[in-house]
Design a protein around this ligand. Structure first.
Ligand code: PLP
Length: 491
């Protein structure tokens, strides 16, 4: 195979080839959307048969046409269609059309956000987007932020900075130079018992271990119990442990519940702790005129995780971590002569790697820039309100039907419930089987979780195309399946 026109360049034949390959790909993608189902229903073992090959690296390349036809045959029909209104399993939403267009630009130009000379205008756009986001979440001019690979990395960045800030300022120990202080095993961070697992993962990666993570019980609304938090901190201090961080969740993964941030900040400040808000899910609520109030206290926190690949409906990856005091990023800076020279900043060249755990990094900020410009506040307000109001509708539907149990009223856009029917003893088995049947026989993909060791189903209603009629029909279908389960799922 020749090496002519293998890249997009100024040469007319290369542009022609780019346009052909892109348009054929886009056509193949759009051809997959023949109905609104989310999934073909194919089982893991059947998929294994479809994709299994002796080698994916043939001696001689197949060329574009044959490779594309293999993609059309073996991959595209089986991909989960996240934009389907039958997909509501996770905090992993559909992608707005303009952000798909954004991805074309991001991948074609392949800027890397670590140093200015690898991403000139892209760096300036990210700085501008971050400046706007700081304002949106109520921070003032001393705030700063950076794009990350997702909520987990945003949380990890914030927890790293919290640890360093606490050790530097309070324990007078420089972690960046000397590593962990001798008493590191006593450091404690407080999170709700239903916080995201990236808290434990970060504690592990930071050398603090799972034992540094204290799980605070939640109340009946699935929010961190403030009295329990106070007691746990008191107990820890009596044992000689050292509280350094409270991480609130603004939108828990399952329920979308929002911890009482204001109270929690008061407690944290009294003990010189860093307060982080994991708003990976709930950050989207800021776009709603009606519901913004629910997350207004985020601005009181030292750091905030905001995910754009959840409520904001942007393709993976797209997330930021914001800091109330931007200078707290300084501990992440390491100057390398080949990348981010000290004199660059003085000369007006910003190297974003100075604030990031990643080096090579995507120009994800473009998607936010593009979609904010295109839809404006008004467009975003409507999208977020639709998703929040769908959750309220579904909640009232389920709560008024004795066949179902709902864990708690939604604060954002997720509803966790189970079919109980006549025989609550069989509820776990019924709900588990109903979810599998929905996926494999009806192309409907919903979530599953547990509450107090019981199995529950979950609708995560990020997709603004979901209608009340759709929710009515799905509830009817779930009830029908639960009451008419086949002997075996193979039938
Ligand atoms: C509350 C919360 N925080 C953090 C994360 C992790 O985000 P990501 O999957 O983007 O790493 C999630 C993911 O669902 C989440 O629900």
């Amino acid at each position: 195979m020749s090496n002519d026109n293998i890249l997009l360049t100024h040469i007319p034949e290369s542009k022609e080839k780019y346009l052909t390959m892109m348009s054929e790909t886009v056509k193949a993608v759009s051809d997959v959307f023949t109905d609104d189902s989310a999934y073909s229903g194919t089982t893991p073992w059947d998929l294994h048969e479809v994709v299994h090959q002796d080698s994916i690296l043939p001696e001689e390349g197949l060329g574009w046409e044959e490779t594309l036809s293999k993609i059309k045959e073996q991959i595209l029909p089986y991909l989960l269609r996240t934009s389907s209104s039958d997909y509501m399993a996770h905090l992993h939403g559909p992608s707005l059309l303009e952000t798909l267009a954004g991805e074309v630009i991001i991948s074609a130009f392949n800027q890397s956000m670590d140093s200015w000379d690898q991403s000139p205008v892209a760096t300036e756009v990210e700085l501008e987007v971050i400046r706007h986001l700081c304002r949106l979440y109520g921070y003032n001019k001393s705030a700063d932020g950076v794009f990350t690979s997702g909520g987990s990395q945003s949380n990890q960045t914030a927890i790293t900075l919290a640890r360093d800030w606490f050790c530097n300022r309070i324990l007078k120990h420089d972690v960046q130079k000397k590593g962990l202080p001798d008493n590191f095993k006593k450091l404690r961070m407080y999170v709700s018992e239903i916080s995201h697992f990236s808290m434990e993962q970060s504690a592990h990666l930071l050398g603090l271990g799972y034992e540094s993570v204290v799980h605070v019980p939640v109340d009946s609304k699935k929010r961190m119990d403030i009295a329990a938090l106070r007691q746990l901190i008191k107990d820890d201090k009596e044992k000689g442990n050292i509280p350094f961080l409270i991480a609130a969740t603004a939108g828990t993964t399952d329920y979308g519940s929002i911890d009482p941030i204001k109270e929690l900040v008061k407690i944290g400040i009294a003990d010189n702790m860093w307060i982080h808000a994991d708003a990976a899910y709930g950050s989207g609520v800021v776009m709603s005129d009606k519901y913004r109030e629910r997350i207004k206290d985020l601005s009181l926190c030292d750091s905030i995780t905001v995910d754009f690949h959840k409520m904001f409906l942007m393709p993976i990856s797209c997330s930021v971590v914001l800091l109330k005091k931007g200078s707290d990023f300084d501990v992440l800076t390491f100057h390398a002569n080949y990348l981010n020279r000290i004199e660059d900043e003085a000369d007006g060249y910003t190297n974003l790697v100075n604030k990031s755990l990643q080096t090579t990094r995507r120009f994800d900020a473009l998607k936010v820039w593009l979609s904010f410009q295109m839809r404006g506040q008004d467009g975003w307000n409507k999208l977020i309100n639709t998703s929040m109001e769908n959750a309220q509708y579904l909640y009232s539907l389920l709560v008024n039907d004795k066949s179902f149990q709902v864990v708690t009223e939604p604060e954002i856009s997720s509803v966790v419930f189970r079919y109980v029917g006549e025989d609550p003893e069989r509820a776990d088995e019924i709900n588990r089987r109903v979810r599998r049947l929905l996926m494999h026989k009806h192309g409907v993909v919903i979530g599953q979780t547990t509450d107090e060791d019981n199995i529950y189903l979950k609708f995560t209603l990020l997709n603004p195309l979901i209608t009340h009629k759709k929710l009515d029909d799905l509830v009817t279908l779930i009830k029908f399946l639960a009451e008419n389960l086949p002997e075996s799922d193979e039938e």
